[in-house]
Design a protein around this ligand. Structure first.
Ligand code: MF3
Ligand code: CO
Ligand code: CO
Length: 308
């Protein structure tokens, strides 16, 4: 095959800042689909459930995780310049309900859409809107679904067209950083081992680590009590046990790790305007390691399919 000629700009992207667009009306979920308890009021309440899952919960989490992965594969195909983040939300929403699941973000603490779409300097929790993706953008799409009473939570950062080399580095290192964190997990390892591995790898690749947003226990509750920092914190000395399920979802930045929030009270951006990337998996601890739950039933991991 002939080598494709590309003109990848080497300099960091200095596109105009991401701006708020128009948010479309709320999408409908068929009444046949089982909703999580917060769907009506927006209030998930405090986390009260145990950290270790039953066999039957884990079985259901495999299904929820595989649905979330299928949805990411489907939405990832639609990532191209000119498509709006609202259109990505629509594709995700329709696929999620087609597969019989509820889009967990919808009305979670009042969140207005079915997925989060976080472009360029947006770190997380971007709200899908009328903004068109542009050649050179990076975009994280974060899919969580509720199925058989449990959540599966996963995200990938995609490249839109030709992306500058700094952004490619950011996205590749962030994908690998998630793997470094996952590799520490087994029955008897500690929560702080995860962040230590991620932070070491990020710093050795000249990237900073977001501290305000961390991984979390997940299962019957969207965000349960277990807290998973992506940096070393010696207080995170909880011992991981077979059957615990949680996310690892590092956000790494090209510049500093200072953040601020838009007045929509959701969208989190880097203060210096430089780009941020994120990858996320839901996993369960096993005796010798862990099982990634957010892969398709045939074992496909979306971030491997779309690897830049
Ligand atoms: N999926 C996100 C996470 O990884 C949470 C999104 S909450 C929402 O934890 F309300 F913003 F959707
Ligand atoms: Co999460
Ligand atoms: Co998520």
């Amino acid at each position: 095959m002939a080598k494709r000629k590309t003109r990848t700009p080497k300099v960091p992207a200095s596109l105009p800042p991401v701006q708020q667009g128009l948010v479309s009306p709320r999408r409908n979920v068929p009444s046949s689909i089982t909703r999580p308890p917060y769907a009506l009021t927006g209030d998930p309440g405090p986390s009260i459930l145990p950290l270790v899952r039953t066999q039957s919960e884990i079985e259901s989490m495999r299904k929820a995780g595989s649905i979330a992965a299928e949805v990411l594969l489907r939405v990832g195909e639609k990532v191209e310049a000119g498509t709006t983040t609202d259109e990505l939300d629509q594709v995700a929403h329709e696929e999620i309900v087609r597969l019989g699941a509820y889009p967990s973000p919808l009305n979670y603490r009042g969140f207005p859409k079915s997925v989060c779409t976080s472009v360029n300097e947006v770190v997380c929790h971007g709200i899908p809107d009328s903004r068109q993706m542009q050649d050179g953008d990076i975009i994280n799409i974060d899919v969580t679904v509720f199925y058989e009473g449990v959540h599966g939570d996963t995200s990938v950062t995609f490249l839109v067209g030709e992306v500058d080399e700094y952004s490619q580095h950011l996205v590749n290192v962030t994908r690998n950083a998630l793997d470094k964190g996952i590799q520490t997990v087994r029955n008897g390892s500690r929560v702080c081992d995860i962040g230590q591995a991620i932070e070491k790898y990020a710093h050795s690749n000249r990237l900073s680590v977001v501290r305000e947003f961390i991984g979390h226990g997940v299962g019957p509750e969207f965000h349960s009590a277990l807290a998973i920092p992506h940096y070393y914190d010696r207080r995170a000395d909880t011992e991981l046990l077979t059957g615990m399920s949680f996310t690892i979802e590092p956000m790494l930045n090209l510049g500093g790790n200072a953040l601020h929030m838009w007045d929509d009270t959701w969208t989190v951006v880097t203060t210096d305007g430089r780009r941020s990337a994120q990858f996320e998996h839901t996993l369960v601890v096993t005796d010798n390691g862990c099982e990634i739950l957010t892969k398709t039933s045939s074992g496909t991991i979306p971030s491997e399919v779309f690897a830049g």
